[in-house]
Write a protein that binds this ligand. Structure first.
Ligand code: ARG
Length: 372
C-alpha cells in the first residue's frame, strides 16, 4: 500500500488531536491508541477519516479555546455543536443555518453555537460566501457609500446573482451557499431568524433620531474549522457581541459607518478642535447607547471591562488545568480605553494551535467565472 505525504500529515494531525482530546475527555490511553489505529486504517483505505460526534464536538470547542484573537474564551465549554455533515444540498444547508440562527438568537438570550457542514474532502463540501450570516449591504453611489463599506464586494456578488436591495443603510444581505463546484444559490433570511436592535441613549432622547441599529448576533460564516487534519470550510459559529465591536468599530470607524461626527453634533460637542476630545466623548456616548439598547431589548451583550475580566479568569482557569494560554495582544485589548483593562499590561504567546478557526480566501474573488 502506498501512503502519500498528505496522508502521513493527516495521520500525524489526527494522532495529535486524538491524544489531546481523549485525555481531556477522561478516556484512557488504550482507547486513544485504538482510535488512532482505526483512523490510520481508514486513511489508508480512503485517504481521509471521519470524526465521531464526540470528537467533532470537543474539537470545535478546543478550536474556540485556541483562538488567539478571542476575548470571550471563558465560555468555550458552553458551545452547542450541531452536526450537519449529512447535508446533501444547498436548500438543506439553508434550513440548518436558519435553525442555528433561531437557536442561537433565542429571543435575545444568546446561546453560542456552531453548525458543522460536510468536510472539505467530501462530495458535499460547502462554502458559505457571506462573511457573517447577518450583515448589512454596502453600495457605492454617486453621493458616496451607503450602508456597510465592508460589504461592498459581496453586495455586488449578490446583485450579480439577481438580488436587489432597498438601498437603505441597513439592508439585510441574503445567504449565498455553494455546494461543491456548482454555481452558488441565494436564500433570503426569514424574518424569524434575524433579531435587530434599534439604538437609543439612556439620557438623550434625540439619539433615536439618528435611526441607528445593529443586528443582535454575530455569526461568523467564512472561517475554516480544522480539527485533527480535517478541514470544514463551512462551519458558521456565533457568540454574543462585546459592545465596542459595534460602538467603537462598526458604527464609528471612518471607513465603516463613521458616526462619531454625527453623534458629537447631536450632543453639542465642539468638533472644531481635537482638544475638546469630541471623538473620545462621542465614542463614549455611542457605546453607552449600544449597551443600553441591547439591555433594553433583552439582548445579551458584554461591555469591554467585564469581557477583559472574564478573559483573565479564563487564563487563570487554563493555567490551573495545566494548559498555557496563547493570545494576540493587539486583538485582545478592546478598541476603547484599553489601558483601563487588565489585559493591557500583559503579553501573550501568539503561537497558533490546532484545532483552529482559520481565515480562508473569499470564494468570489477566487473564481468569478462561477457567476456567469
Ligand atoms: N467584530 C465582528 C463584528 O463586529 C464580530 C466578530 C465576532 N464577535 C463575537 N463577539 N463573537 O461584527
Amino acid at each position: 500500500m502506498i501512503t502519500t505525504t498528505e496522508e502521513i500529515n493527516i495521520i500525524d494531525a489526527a494522532a495529535a488531536f486524538i491524544g489531546e482530546a481523549y485525555f481531556e475527555l477522561g478516556k484512557n490511553e488504550e482507547e486513544a491508541k485504538q482510535r488512532i489505529e482505526e483512523i490510520s486504517n481508514e486513511i489508508a483505505r480512503t485517504g481521509s477519516y471521519t470524526h465521531t460526534y464526540e470528537e467533532l464536538k470537543h474539537g470545535a470547542k478546543m478550536a474556540w479555546r485556541n483562538n488567539n484573537r478571542c476575548i470571550g474564551r471563558l465560555f468555550w465549554q458552553t458551545l452547542e455543536v450541531f452536526d450537519a455533515r449529512d447535508t446533501m444540498d444547498e436548500a438543506q444547508a439553508g434550513d440548518r443555518i436558519f435553525q442555528h440562527m433561531q437557536y442561537a438568537t433565542n429571543n435575545g438570550r444568546i446561546r453560542p453555537a456552531i453548525t458543522i457542514f460536510p468536510a472539505s474532502h467530501t462530495k458535499h463540501k460547502l462554502r458559505i460566501w457571506n462573511h457573517q450570516l447577518v450583515r448589512y449591504a454596502g453600495y457605492q453611489t454617486e453621493e458616496g457609500i451607503v450602508g456597510d463599506s465592508s460589504s461592498l464586494a459581496f453586495t455586488k456578488v449578490c446583485e450579480e446573482l439577481g438580488w436587489r436591495g432597498n438601498g437603505t443603510r441597513f439592508d439585510l444581505l441574503p445567504l449565498v451557499i455553494q455546494m461543491g463546484e456548482a454555481p452558488p444559490k441565494l436564500f433570503h433570511l426569514p424574518k424569524e431568524a434575524v433579531l435587530e436592535v434599534p439604538l437609543s441613549h439612556p439620557d438623550e432622547v434625540v439619539f433615536e433620531q439618528l435611526e441607528l441599529r445593529w443586528y443582535a448576533v454575530p455569526f461568523i460564516s467564512d472561517m475554516e474549522l480544522e480539527i485533527g487534519g480535517i478541514s470544514y470550510a463551512a462551519a458558521p459559529f456565533n457568540g454574543w457581541y462585546m459592545g465596542t465591536e459595534i460602538g467603537a468599530r462598526n458604527l464609528s470607524d471612518t471607513s465603516r459607518y463613521n458616526q462619531l461626527p454625527i453623534v458629537a453634533k447631536l450632543f453639542g460637542m465642539n468638533t472644531s478642535t481635537n482638544t475638546s476630545l469630541w471623538k473620545d466623548r462621542a465614542l463614549t456616548e455611542l457605546n453607552v447607547a449600544v449597551l443600553h439598547s441591547f439591555k433594553k431589548h433583552g439582548v445579551s451583550i458584554v461591555d469591554h471591562h467585564t469581557a477583559a475580566e472574564q478573559f483573565l479568569r479564563f487564563e487563570k482557569q487554563e493555567i490551573e488545568v495545566g494548559r498555557e494560554v496563547t493570545g494576540r495582544w493587539s486583538w485582545l485589548i478592546p478598541p476603547m480605553s484599553p489601558a483601563t483593562t487588565g489585559i493591557w499590561e500583559r503579553s501573550f504567546d501568539d503561537t497558533e494551535r490546532s484545532p483552529a478557526y482559520r481565515h480562508q480566501l473569499p470564494p468570489y474573488s477566487l473564481n468569478n467565472s462561477l457567476l456567469k
